[in-house]
Design a protein around this ligand. Sequence first.
Ligand code: CAA
Length: 416
Amino acid sequence: MKVGQIIQKNIKANQIIDYDAQFVLLAKKNITMQFQLSEEHLMIRQAARDFAQNECLPGVIERDETQTFPREQIKKLADLGFMGMMVKPEYGGSGLDTISYVLAMEEISKIDASVSVCMSVNNSLVCYGIQEYGSEEQKHKYLTPLAQGKKDNELYIGAFLLSEPEAGSDATSQRTTAEDKGDYYLLNGTKNWITNGNSASVYLVIAQTDATKGSHGINAFIVEKNWPGVAVGVKENKLGIRGSDTHTILFNDVKVPKENRIGKDGFGFKFAMKTLAGGRIGIASQALGIASGAYELALAYSKQRKAFGTEIMNHQIIQFKLADMATRIEASRLLCLKSAWEKDQHLDYGTSSSMAKVFSSETAMWTATEAVQIHGGYGFVKEYHVERLMRDAKITQIYEGTSEVQRIVISRSILK
Ligand code: CAA
């Protein structure tokens, strides 16, 4: 029996996970704490590091400035198997674990967070959502090309459509409706701030089917972008992750076949929450990468820049900033890897992914701001990269659940 099943048997459904009980059970199974990565993990991390240096770094400043979607980079990432990392090989994926995903996300995000958000949404929201909760037919039709990132040699990726003009953190207040018409649902409404909005071929759409049932009246649907009634609206002009493709998406009497609903009737809100728990590991790892990218630049700069007759690394004020950066980054990395490991072990990871996200995103914002400070005037100009990392860091405190939402999730789990 898998350890996840043992824990499920021993801890009542819906009960917030008791970490002590969880570790007692792991100990009984002789599953111990280990910190080393496998050879395979190291190879994946190196492949992602090389890809970021060779394919993402060239042109990253221009793509940010011109808000150019990194299409070529995403296609190449797909060729390497990074767009469906955790999808089973029978559905065209790489069959890797979540730890590999965290390692790859960190490396890509050090260089280009616009590439890594596209990768994260496709991997942990779209592919995971369909693999875990989709029907066999949905998996064959949609998951296989999504995991490969390509169909008929064209880019084929997904987007996750939960947020609305009046439903951001308060995700149950969905205004988008999906009216049950017998053979199909009729979809109407507007979704906001959609990552991959224009470049995606497939949308996972959360919509209200019965407002009287609250969160139990919400469903999730697979909608194709080229169906009649689907329109891509305005592209957002953003502070950060400017290369990523963020749009409003509009639905006007879109006929969605019944077989494109995910799970049983009313499962949509739980689907969104469960899927987002894994998505938050991805964004936490993105934040970790932004933080470590900014730290590495600040460290290198402090070794070469001289002030008051010596390299600035010799000034204690700089040393202490670097020490705090390194410490917070290490704590973020451990939180990300622990949550990933819990997911791989089929343990409860809802709380740990929120902890990883809130801590890593705040670390990213703080570290990138301090990296700009260490660079002084050079930090304020584009060619030194740290100002972009600082702008990119901000969104990690907002999307896939704001820092405030993560604190709601964490506090509910400890106060229940
Ligand atoms: N797993 C399973 N079920 C869950 C769950 C979870 N993690 N979280 C909640 N639920 C269930 C609850 O148990 C409850 O079910 P019952 O009625 O059967 O008991 C139901 O869902 C409603 O839950 P709550 O009462 O807790 O709901 P709430 O209204 O208080 O909201 C919230 C909770 C945590 C604030 C939630 O609304 C939330 O996470 N909001 C943030 C949304 C978000 O992350 N948006 C990001 C957009 S996607 C994005 O950014 C993608 C991108 O492009 C980058």
